[in-house]
Design a protein around this ligand. Structure first.
Ligand code: FAD
Length: 300
């Protein structure tokens, strides 16, 4: 079944992992993946560091484990900035060989001092290329509830997002955010722009101060007062910070599911125990929402 079809019947719950470091064996991640398997996510996506064939190999191997050993649909991230057309086609062929037909098409993070190849300068170009050359792939793309840091504003960013969808993106996965109102406002803007593919909300459980500082610095995502208060009060207590970070993510998810979000994409940072706790605390909410969806569908 195509991933996009999933959204018709349920509120999707998906996970993101990253491949083990360059010189670690791919099996290093197996215990984490096996623990995540107990959650029965709708899919697991695997990141790919921008540029460098080593990363490409890692991503393909982990996608292979997910798809063929765990029997969970895998989504491979494909950043275009540092790839030629031939490299992208090779990567897609490798993915096809392991029966992975789902990608997240991205521009990719810029690497300081490294010159982009100049073929795929923006994600919409990569989406169009894949749609044309490998029409059997399902394509997800990224979106930014707090606006992408390089965009001059929402008019700019949503216009570009619409171009990505028009080029063939089947569904969108959002950047993490900490204030659900940002997501609701963003969703309204996409509707006004005529973007009507499913949009998954990206949630990252932030459980230590260092991680939060790094994430907000990289993404430019603002921290609401409610989260800053947690940080101020609990940053010195590892356990309290962890519990509060998990509770904050659970609260975000319950609110989003209650408001009818298409799906939740959990940035696990390879912490299977945290993902498991979040799933335990929210799975009844997903089940109830899915039940309601099914009843509504059967009444038509
Ligand atoms: P784009 O859609 O190209 O947008 C980038 C900027 O350019 C935006 O400001 C946009 O408004 C503007 N823009 C877009 N199209 C045009 C156009 N045609 N003309 C002019 N301006 C335009 N990075 C990695 O390297 N590896 C990963 O695995 C990875 N996974 C990610 C997963 C998710 C869910 C998300 C949200 C991000 C991920 N990233 C990853 C980070 C991502 O690569 C960066 O956020 C990057 O800066 C933008 O990628 P994009 O695909 O959204 O780019």
């Amino acid at each position: 079944m195509s991933l996009t079809a999933l959204f018709k019947d349920k509120t999707v719950f998906s996970l993101e992992v990253f491949p083990p470091k360059k010189n670690s064996p791919k099996e290093a991640i197996l215990p984490t993946l096996q623990q995540l398997q107990s959650i029965s996510p709708d899919f697991i996506s695997v990141t790919l560091g921008a540029g460098g064939s080593d990363h490409y190999t890692g991503t393909v191997s982990i996608a292979d484990l997910i798809q063929n050993q765990l029997n969970i649909p895998a989504v491979a991230h494909v950043p275009g900035l540092y790839q030629t057309e031939t490299q992208v086609l090779n990567l897609l062929d490798h993915l096809s060989e392991i029966n992975v037909k789902n990608i997240l098409a991205l521009r990719g993070d810029r690497i300081p001092g490294k010159e982009p190849v100049g073929v795929f300068n923006h994600a919409n170009e990569l989406v169009a290329f894949v749609r044309k050359n490998r029409p059997d792939f399902s394509i997800a793309s990224a979106c930014y509830p707090d606006c992408h840091t390089e965009a001059s504003g929402f008019v700019d960013d949503i216009t570009h997002l619409k171009a990505k969808v028009d080029a063939g993106a089947d569904h969108l996965i959002s950047q993490l955010f900490f204030d659900n109102q940002s997501f609701y406002d963003f969703k309204e803007k996409t509707e006004i722009a005529g973007i009507n593919v499913p949009i998954e909300a990206g949630i990252m459980p932030c459980t230590n101060k260092k991680q939060i500082e790094r994430i907000t610095q990289i993404t430019g995502v603002p921290l609401p007062k409610k989260f800053s208060a947690i940080l101020d009060r609990y940053q010195d207590s590892k356990q309290a910070m962890r519990d509060a970070g998990i509770a904050f993510a659970v609260d975000q998810i319950i609110d989003l599911v209650s408001e009818g979000v298409d799906g939740i994409h959990l940035y696990t940072m390879n912490h299977a125990d945290i993902a498991e706790r979040i799933w335990e605390a929210t799975k009844s909410v997903f089940e109830a929402a899915n039940q309601k969806k099914a009843e509504k569908a059967s009444n038509y």
